[in-house]
Design a binder for this molecule. Structure first.
Ligand code: PNW
Length: 491
């Protein structure tokens, strides 16, 4: 008899998928090897090098193009159930168009997938994690309505070549970051300042492209391949600064512009744009003398085509922000997306900060986001496809702040599971340190540290890797657990 001194542990289900995530441009390197074409990140870092904080590039990065076997070995050390990685579009289709396939690119992903499957690690494949072939950018990229056809053609090549072994596909990683940060905020490639217009063209063409790829999978590949297809959207929690009606409405509009713009057409019962937001943009556009809303309408046919195109909702979740109708407002030029929404926002002061200023530890943040999605979108299957913490490059292997963050995330997920959220898995960002976009190598997210001074790009586990391994193995969070040493073995 154990008696009451044994604490009841809340556990994760046995079939819950614990994994880790990466993205092609951030880890692969080999930027021009074996026939790979140029993409918008290659182009940005080579033509406009000072936009990267530490003047670096992803030309070599963690060199996973040559080190994929070591990456899979790390997955085995951790005991991962799944690994989420992205395919570099220009590595398999150098010009972006599907008329010319690069066999070396196909071979690279086949090797990676086959190596994972040897050890029962399930691949979760993102088709697009921000690295558009440069040739397609020169044709207008996401702002060209034909984008959705190019993406469908690319998706077909991916499903045809890898779908026999890959059972989880994600069309896009984070539409908001693609559209807003890439076409308005000068925070991502293609680094365009098409403020107040480009962001909305991108949003429409992106969700249609997603729907085309989903329907292609559903109709032509699912019958034989039997997999799942979804989309990953960054869903941070945006709560009202106070209980006032104005702040609650401001928070709702903020949620709509941050992720509802991309989620609503796909996941809502009615389809189409989020209501309050599209009304705001239409009113602002009219007041500014535009003859139509800068947010392009959907036809009824398009609405129906896009609605319901998901098997799961991929959520990238990092933090919580508070939203106010009156306080913390910044002045934005007009027309622009943030001028359209016209709200203030800030990070709660008491929340501890990581090495990246936008990323603070917010207790139960995941719970608020996921229970909200459950109510709003009829309890969809959810995977957390990213969640992670930034440390500084010289902070060493003892990353107790990252451990605190991960334990807090686990607690928050267990709360969500208790409330009936249909959460099926969790991928940490990231398996290893990588090229953090405009932040270069200044912010580290890896369970494994990468030595960039070393041409071999040696990977070394941080303390958090041992803690995550312990959680995966035992399916609960032991707050007392301390690794005996930082020597990693495969169990
Ligand atoms: C993700 N936010 O982006 C990306 O998918 C990764 O490629 C990236 O390396 C990782 O986060 C870490 O930055 C984010 O608004 C975009 O809080 C937006 C947010 C967080 C992460």
């Amino acid at each position: 008899c154990h008696g009451s001194s044994v604490k009841q542990q809340r556990r994760f289900p046995d079939d819950f998928l614990f994994g880790a995530a990466t993205a092609a441009y951030q880890i692969e390197g080999g930027w021009n090897e074996d026939g790979k074409g140029e993409n918008i990140w290659d182009h940005l870092v080579h033509t406009n090098p000072t936009v990267i904080q530490d003047l670096t590039t992803g030309d070599v990065a963690a060199d996973s193009y040559h080190n994929y076997k070591r990456d899979v070995e790390m997955m085995r050390e951790l005991g991962l159930d799944a690994y989420r990685f992205s395919i570099s579009w220009a590595r398999i289709l150098p010009t972006g168009m599907a008329n010319e396939i690069n066999p070396a690119g196909i071979a690279y992903y086949n090797n990676l997938i086959n190596e994972m499957l040897k050890y029962n690690i399930a691949p979760m494949v993102t088709l697009y994690h921000w690295d558009l072939p440069q040739k397609l950018q020169e044709l207008g990229g996401f702002m060209n309505p034909l984008f959705s056809d190019w993406f469908e053609d690319y998706a077909r090549v991916v499903f045809e070549n890898f779908g026999d072994r890959v059972k989880m596909f994600i069309t896009f990683n984070e539409p908001r970051e693609i559209c807003y940060e890439g076409h308005e905020d000068l925070n991502k490639a293609p680094y365009l300042n098409t403020t107040g217009v480009g962001v909305y063209l991108c949003a429409k063409h992106l969700v249609v492209a997603h729907a085309k790829a989903y329907r292609l999978y559903d109709e032509e590949f699912r019958p034989t391949q039997q997999g799942q297809c979804g989309i990953t959207i960054s869903v941070n929690w945006f709560g009202p600064a106070t209980d006032s009606e104005e702040d609650q409405l401001a928070a709702e509009v903020m949620r709509q512009v941050q992720w509802g713009l991309y989620a609503e057409p796909i996941f809502s019962a009615e389809g189409g744009w989020p209501k309050e937001l599209s009304e705001k943009i239409a009113a602002k556009s009219a007041a500014q003398g535009f003859s139509r809303s800068r947010l392009p309408e959907f036809t009824e046919e398009e609405k129906t085509f896009v609605r319901g195109t998901y098997d799961f909702f991929g959520v990238n979740h990092y933090t919580t922000l508070l939203v106010s109708a009156t306080e913390h407002k910044q002045v934005f030029s007009a027309p622009s997306m943030m001028d359209d929404v016209d709200v203030g926002y800030y990070w709660p002061e008491e929340n501890p900060s990581s090495a990246s200023p936008w990323l603070k530890l917010a207790p139960n943040s995941i719970y608020y986001a996921l229970t909200h999605l459950k109510e709003k979108y009829n309890n969809p299957v959810i995977y957390i496809t990213e969640n992670g913490w930034a440390t500084l490059p010289d902070s060493g292997l003892i990353d107790d702040d990252r451990i605190t963050y991960y334990r807090s995330s686990m607690e928050s997920m267990l709360n969500a599971l208790d409330d009936g959220v249909n959460l099926k898995g969790y991928m940490v960002w990231s398996l290893l340190d990588n090229m953090e976009w405009l932040e270069g190598y200044v912010a580290c997210f890896g369970l494994y540290q990468v030595d960039y001074q070393d041409p071999a790009r040696t990977r070394t586990p941080r303390k958090s890797a041992f803690v995550y391994k312990h959680i995966i193995k035992n399916r609960y969070v032991d707050y007392e657990y301390e690794p005996e040493s930082l020597t990693m073995v495969i169990d």
